[in-house]
Design a protein around this ligand. Structure first.
Ligand SMILES: Cc1ncc(COP(=O)(O)O)c(C=O)c1O
Length: 393
């Protein structure tokens, strides 16, 4: 059973898969749509195109076709017409299809809270887990559906067996749930936390890798870093850092709160041991859901935070998801979240985000009073970062 039983009756009738043909006709006027748009965009009416336009990174070269496509994507959200959401890093709105799943399943279970009716949620959760795993390039047995990145980070940080003599190397731009949480663990268990700073204005990937390489020692057990900093926006070369750590026998925790749903991820290719993310940020999934990836080879290295009904050690889900009663409707709606992304394509999502970000930066730079001075902008950003870090301490 995967379709919601009760429909969300506040949504316009065509809202949660606006028929493309009708939508395009409105835009372009009937047959004109077929003449102007790429083939994949006008065939069928089951949702968004299975073949979005290519070259989306070029979409600011005044290409109305691409912009119409993305305007169709926007039509899948109940967002007010006069708003543009720029804070995807925090809490994002969901498309109709995710809302419909959450509301529909909530009403369904409130209408019939019997064990017999609620029994379906086990299968729905496994379906969501399998889709999530495929989307992230992992196996279902390695995926835990958490409440958010904070929880995932803390499961790993509190669950690893570390003690006096051990060291943990972290980036000095880590989010508090992957820096302060290590400090608290160090006070409790007696290990050391070593912070690494990267150059404010790196010229190459090597500039970002070097400080970590120099910080790793024979005592280092874990390297933990944000994939993309939530403060400066700097992206670390996660695959290369994981490779470096692996060569030294060091475990890796990648906080992916700012890349999960924004970048086309393949966790097996990245080679991390642990990865965390939040569904309610870039993935635009149900609120208070997230993901923790625990690679097969590390599942015995982490103690669970919570041992509840259903606890077992056969896979990451049963070991780290035994939280007690959950909001099953939200957990199940992770499936619709992944389906929405897959409908567009994760590479297309990443390209679009990069194109928008580049355009925002270009326009900000063009309006900056420092324009033409030849100065880079990392200086003031760095200053802001240091002030924020000061507040955090
Ligand atoms: C890098 C990073 N890690 C962790 C978090 C915490 O995310 P959540 O509040 O969803 O647990 C954030 C939130 O912005 C973040 O940017």
């Amino acid at each position: 059973m995967s379709a919601p039983l009760v429909t969300f009756d506040h949504a316009p009738s065509d809202a949660w898969y606006p028929p493309r043909r009708e939508f395009l006709s409105r835009l372009l006027g009937g047959a004109a749509a077929a003449a102007v748009l790429p083939a994949g965009m006008v065939a069928g009416s089951e949702g968004l195109s299975s073949s979005p336009p290519t070259g989306l990174g070029e979409s600011f070269k005044n290409d109305p076709v691409d912009e119409r496509y993305w305007s169709m994507v926007k039509d899948h959200f109940p967002l007010r017409e006069d708003l543009i959401v720029m804070n995807a890093a925090n809490l994002c709105p969901s498309p109709w299809t995710v809302q419909e799943a959450v509301f529909g399943l909530t009403r369904d279970v409130d209408g019939d809270p019997s064990h017999a009716n609620r029994g379906k949620f086990g299968d729905l959760r496994d379906e969501a887990r399998a889709l999530l795993a495929g989307w992230l390039g992992a196996d279902p047995e390695e995926i835990v559906i958490t409440r958010n990145t904070s929880e995932g980070n803390n499961v790993v940080i509190s669950g690893l067996r570390l003690g006096p003599g051990d060291e943990v190397v972290i980036w000095d731009q880590n989010h508090p749930t992957c820096s302060l949480a290590w400090d608290v663990g160090a006070r409790r268990h007696g290990y050391m936390v070593r912070r690494v700073a990267t150059p404010p204005d790196p010229g190459s990937e090597a500039d970002l890798i070097r400080p970590f390489r120099e910080a790793l020692s024979a005592r280092t057990r874990v390297l933990a870093f944000s994939h993309v900093s939530n403060v400066s926006g700097v992206a670390l070369p996660a695959g290369k850092l994981c490779e470096l750590a692996r060569e030294r026998g060091v475990m890796t925790l990648v906080d992916g709160a700012q890349t999960c749903g924004a970048e086309a991820l393949d966790l097996h290719a990245m080679g991390c041991d642990f990865f965390t993310g939040s569904a309610h940020k870039w993935p635009m999934g149900p609120k208070e859901t997230g993901v923790l990836y625990v690679s097969r080879e590390r599942q015995d290295d982490v103690w669970p935070l919570i041992v509840g009904i259903g606890w077992g050690e056969s896979d990451a889900g049963s070991k780290f998801e035994a939280l007690g009663q959950r909001d099953d409707a939200r957990v199940s709606a992770v499936k619709e979240m992944v389906e929405f992304h897959e409908m567009i394509g994760k590479r297309q999502v990443e390209e679009r985000i990069r194109a928008l970000a580049s355009e925002v930066k270009r326009q900000l730079a063009a309006r900056s009073p420092r324009r033409g001075s030849g100065q880079r902008h990392a200086g003031p950003l760095r200053g802001a970062f240091d002030r924020l870090r000061g507040d955090e301490r």
